[in-house]
Design a protein around this ligand. Sequence first.
Ligand code: ISL
Ligand code: CA
Length: 541
Amino acid sequence: MGDWWKDRVAYQIYPRSFQDSNGDGIGDIPGIISRLDYLKALGAGIIWLSPVYRSPNEDNGYDISDYKDINPEFGTMDDMKALINEAAKRDIRIIMDLVINHTSTSHSWFQQSRDKNSPYRNYYFWRPGRENGPPNNWTSFFAEDCWEFDKKSGEYYLHLFAKGQPDLDYHNPAVIEEIKDIMRFWLDMGIAGFRCDVINIIWKSSLEDGRKKLALTGSEHYISQEGMHEILRKLRLDVLDGYDCFTVGETVFVTTRTANDLCAVERRELDMVFSFEHMETDQFFVKWFPRKFNPGRFCKTIARWQQALEWNANYFENHDQPRSISRFGNEGEYHGASAKMLGALLLTLRGTPFIYQGQEIGMTNYKFKKMEQIKDVESHNLWKKAKVMHIPKWYRWKMILRGCRDHARTPVQWDSSEFGGFSKHMPWLAPNGNYTYINVETQRNDNDSILNFYKQMILLRTSDDVIKYGSFEPVVISKRLFVYKRKLDGRTMTIALNFSGRLVKFYCAGNLLISNYARETYDGRLKPYEAIVFDEDGKAL
Ligand code: ISL
Ligand code: CA
């Protein structure tokens, strides 16, 4: 059992928006199966599948009502088995989303827990209110109160996310046993691991009032608490260690120190984490307050994480984040070059790279015009909350455009036919109008496309040990330039990236191995958004 997950490139699928097979406008599992050859040709070796479990979809599947069943919109359990099978035939392993901080209010545990005498009562945080108000002053991730009063119970329940997502109480050992059982169920079916949703907030060490903050009052009582480490060790020892699998934790507000505690091999907790610091360099405090993108700040943060951790998960996009090209690149004049440059960065860092669906063709943010076009519960809550706070409408809209998660959830653009080849029917979320020219089909046939550059970079990454396992050493980090070296067994690769639309001088003695521009030789100047991999030893691929 080697660390096969270090050798592979991962690809995240958000099933609702990936590929519809039956014309109902909703992506599904048969749709994913029909695209496995595409993923294989791209070079993906791992799929992270966002939730496909039964769910009322208040938060698009992150509110699970049955962990051992498939949402009928996505298909059947047989479809799921077929997916695992078909992926395995292509040597692609699937990890699933493990969403265990909360369930859906429709989950039978929660429904039963509404009865005070039920054995399920202590699966959740049921508490009486105080002076006609909630049990404490905490606020939720989704810009609303995090306690909901339930008439039937006569008490409040805690939900750090949407109202339909009640938090599980890990002080109750029965909850941990349930989770172990769910994990075994899927691992036995052939799943290769889990992406663990908001895993560092599962342990609430107290329900005392929190220090008042602009957002997430109360978080000091549940972010990265010691109890969380203990639970992870239990899950590892009792379940995960018995399988050839890996875990990647989604860890909010995580520091390099906590990340190290979570990922250090000898501590036996997680294998890697998704951190947020680099994704927060273009915001003030919370994501709704845009801050001008500064490549130096972004790259410095990346470099610090690269050096602090032995191994980690790298990503610039997922289903919660706006499109990276619209944030960190240039979606206009340098669409192709900047998308490729960001791809080169992702694929030459140390750690397992995660590509989010559509990133490999440079899909961009959606130009939303009004709230009605947006489905995401988080955006709607924020919109209401900001209104109550008397934030002017024009600024509220700016906040939405910056943070809206639907930017990443528009359907994958497969071809230039109606609805971008995603479906024969109007999709659940409108496709981005630029599918007529940004799509897989067009790029597949163009040697110079973003898609083909990704393929080339993935091939380099999976075939060259220096890029895969080499040490990371920053060389230049400035407002336009990011240069670093990867070194292994006396070999060195240098990666130089131009984060600007100008020519930038940079001298390198190595041989040009790959550039995102068609060029044979290097003249000491990087073109706009150019990315070059130099081989210091002059060995050709
Ligand atoms: O979306 C966010 C900001 O970009 C975060 O606050 C996000 O809610 C947080 O990263 C947790 O995300 C995960 O858990 C949520 C779910 O809505 C997200 O889709 C999931 O990735 C609750 O399960
Ligand atoms: Ca469908």
